[in-house]
Design a protein around this ligand. Structure first.
Ligand code: HEM
Length: 526
C-alpha cells in the first residue's frame, strides 16, 4: 500500500515541481542578470543533482561561461541562486554587508531535526548568541592549554603508523589520518578517549563517523533534496541525520554529563562549557540587529540537552573528517612533488632538533614551509567547494540588483582558488605561493578555504593544530610516494558534501634514515 502511495505521490510531486519551476525560471531574466538556460526541474545543476559531478566543479563551469561578470544567476534545481565571482562583491556578502546574507541556506529548516540545530546551520539571533558564546572555546590560549592532549594523540599516532607500515601494504591515508583526528577531537572536545587508533575493529566512533559521511547514493540524494526542496523533503518524512547518529550522540553526551555530575571540572574543555550553559539554563548574547545599527540589544536562549548535543555533534562532524582530508591531500601533493617534500622534511627535522623532539603548541607557527604546503593543498582541494549564504532581509547591490529575503547566494571557493587570474598555473602545486612576498600578492577574497567574515570556520586554529601535529608525526620518520596505480590527478566524489577523492589516497611510506634520532619524547621526560 505504501509503495502504491509512493508510486503515485512521487510523479505528482515532480509534476508540481515542474510547474513551479517554469514560473521560477523567469527570475534572473526579469532581473537582467546573466545566466544559462535552466533544464526542467534540475536547473543548472543537473550533473550535481544526478550525482555525476562534484558541486565545486559544476559551479566552476557555470562561472567560466561568464568570465567578465561579477556575478552569475543560476538555478539550483528550481531555486534562484546568485553565484558571486568578483572578490569585491564576495567581500560585500561575507563581511561588509554580512547582516543581510547571514543565513546559511534553507536556514529556517534547521529546527526540523534535533542535530541540525547547530552553529553551522542556524541563523539570526540564535546563531549570533551561540557564536559569541562558543568563540572563546577556540581562542589561542584555549588551544595552547589543550595541546597536551594533541601531543599525546600524536605519540599514539606515531605507533599506529609504524604498525600499519609493518603490514607492508600501501596505506590509504584518509582512513589512517581520520583515526588520529577523531581521537584528537574526542579528547579535546569531549574528554573521551575514542580509542580509534588502538581499538580499530568495530570502534563505535569510527562507525558513527562512517554513517555521518556515508556517500551511498540514497543518502547523498537525501542531502541534495533537503538542500533544494526542504519543504517537500520534510513533508515526505525525510531526515538529514540518521536516527542512529541522533541516539549515539544523545547517549554519549548524557553519559559524559552524568560522569561529571552535571558540574564543570577543571579541564575547561567543550563539555565543561556546555555544562555551564546547562546549569545557567540560558545563554545570553547580542542580537543580530546590533550588526545593522541598533545597539546593545541582548537576547537569551533557553538551553536544553538537545540543543547542547547538537553542538557536540557538529564539533565531532566538522572536527575530524575536514582535517583528515586536508592532511591526506597535503601528503598526496608532497608525494607527487619530491622537492616540496624535501623542504617540508627539513622544516620538520629542524623543528624537532630545536625542541629536543618534543611536540609543542608553537609548532603551528614554527614550520612556515609545512604551513605553506597545507595552505596550497587547501587551495587546490578546499574542503567545501561552495560556501552558501541566504538573504535574510531584502538587499540591493550598488549595481541596483535587488535580492529578496530567502534567495540563495553562493561563494564558489573551488572556482576562485583555481582561477588563473588570481593563481597563475592554478593546477600546479606550489607552496611558495604562500610564502614571503608572493603571499602578500594574494588578492583578498580570492582564497578562503575556511570561509570569511563573521561566519569564518570557528575551528580553524584547532584544525591547523592537529594537521601540523599529524604532518610532523609522519614526516619525521617517513617519506611518501604514490602507491602503484594511484592516479596523478584526483577525481572528486560527486556524492560527497566535502571535496573527497574517489577511492581514497593510497601512498607508500618509506622509512627515512636517522629516524631513531627523531622519536617523540614525553614532555615531562625531556
Ligand atoms: C581543514 C579543516 C577545516 C576546514 C577546511 C573547514 C572549513 C570550514 C568552512 C569553509 C566553513 C564555512 C565558513 C563560512 O561559511 O564562511 C566552516 C564552518 C565551520 N567549521 Fe570548519 N573547517 C575545518 C575544520 C573545523 C574544525 C576542526 C572544527 C571544530 C572543531 C570546525 C567547526 C566549524 C564550525 C562550527 C563551523 C560553522 C561556523 C558558523 O557558521 O558560524 N571546522 N568550516
Amino acid at each position: 500500500m505504501i509503495t502504491l502511495y509512493l508510486l503515485l505521490a512521487i510523479p505528482l510531486a515532480l509534476y508540481g515541481v515542474y510547474l513551479v519551476s517554469k514560473r521560477k525560471f523567469r527570475y534572473w531574466e526579469q532581473k537582467k542578470v546573466p545566466h544559462l538556460p535552466p533544464k526542467p526541474i534540475l536547473g543548472n545543476f543537473s550533473e550535481y543533482i544526478l550525482q555525476q559531478k562534484f558541486y565545486g566543479r559544476v559551479e566552476q563551469e557555470i562561472c567560466n561561461k561568464f568570465p567578465e561578470e561579477p556575478y552569475v544567476g543560476s538555478y539550483l534545481g528550481t531555486e534562484p541562486t546568485l553565484i558571486i565571482q568578483d572578490p569585491e562583491y564576495i567581500k560585500t556578502v561575507m563581511t561588509k554587508d554580512y547582516y543581510f546574507f547571514s543565513g546559511r541556506e534553507v536556514s529556517a529548516y534547521c529546527e526540523k531535526e534535533p542535530l541540525t540545530q547547530n552553529l553551522f546551520f542556524t541563523y539570526g539571533d540564535k546563531w549570533k548568541v551561540l557564536r559569541q558564546n562558543l568563540t572563546p572555546l577556540f581562542s589561542s590560549a584555549k588551544m595552547k592549554n589543550m595541546f597536551h592532549l594533541i601531543e599525546k594523540c600524536a605519540r599514539i599516532f606515531e605507533n599506529m603508523v609504524d604498525q600499519e607500515v609493518q603490514k607492508g601494504k600501501d596505506i590509504e591515508v584518509r582512513g589512517l589520518t581520520a583515526k588520529f583526528t577523531m581521537d584528537a577531537i574526542g579528547n579535546c572536545a569531549f574528554g573521551v578517549e575514542t580509542q580509534t587508533m588502538v581499538k580499530t575493529d568495530n570502534n563505535p566512533f569510527t562507525r558513527v563517523g562512517d554513517v555521518i559521511f556515508d556517500t551511498a547514493r540514497m543518502r547523498a540524494l537525501k542531502g541534495v533534496l533537503r538542500s533544494i526542496w526542504p519543504a517537500m523533503f520534510y513533508s515526505f518524512g525525510g531526515k538529514a541525520v540518521p536516527a542512529d547518529v541522533d541516539s549515539f550522540f544523545f547517549n554519549l553526551m548524557t553519559s559524559i554529563f552524568k560522569g561529571r555530575n552535571y558540574n564543570p571540572t577543571s579541564r575547561n574543555d567543550f563539555v565543561d562549557l556546555l555544562l555551564k550553559f546547562h546549569n545557567n539554563k540560558t545563554v545570553t548574547g547580542d542580537s543580530m540587529s546590533n550588526l545593522k545599527g541598533s545597539s546593545g540589544k541582548k537576547v537569551s536562549l533557553e538551553v536544553d540537552d538537545e540543543f547542547l548535543i547538537a553542538q557536540c555533534f557538529l564539533f565531532f562532524a566538522a572536527g575530524y573528517e575536514t582535517s583528515a582530508t586536508t592532511l591526506s591531500y597535503t601528503l598526496y601533493e608532497l608525494a607527487k612533488n619530491p622537492e616540496a617534500q624535501k623542504l617540508a622534511i627539513q622544516d620538520v627535522d629542524n623543528y624537532l632538533r630545536r625542541n629536543d623532539n618534543v611536540l609543542k603548541y608553537e609548532c603551528v607557527t614554527e614550520l612556515p614551509y609545512v604551513e605553506a604546503c597545507v595552505d596550497e593543498a587547501l587551495r587546490l582541494y578546499p574542503v567545501l567547494g561552495v560556501i552558501t549564504r541566504e538573504v535574510i532581509e531584502d538587499y540591493t547591490f550598488p549595481t541596483g540588483l535587488k535580492l529578496e529575503k530567502g534567495v540563495r547566494v553562493h561563494l564558489p571557493v573551488y572556482h576562485m582558488q583555481h582561477n588563473p587570474n588570481y593563481f597563475p598555473e592554478p593546477e600546479q602545486y606550489r607552496p611558495e605561493r604562500f610564502l614571503g612576498e608572493e603571499k602578500k600578492n594574494i588578492k583578498p577574497y580570492t582564497y578562503f578555504p575556511f570561509g570569511e567574515g563573521p561566519r569564518l570556520c570557528i575551528g580553524m586554529r584547532f584544525a591547523k593544530m592537529q594537521i601540523t601535529a599529524g604532518i610532523i608525526t609522519l614526516l619525521k620518520k617517513y617519506r611518501v610516494e604514490l602507491a602503484p596505480g594511484m592516479s596523478e590527478t584526483i577525481q572528486f566524489e560527486p556524492r560527497s558534501v566535502i571535496t573527497a577523492p574517489i577511492g581514497g589516497i593510497r601512498l607508500k611510506f618509506i622509512e627515512r634514515e636517522g629516524w631513531q634520532q627523531r622519536v617523540f619524547k614525553v614532555p615531562s621526560e625531556a
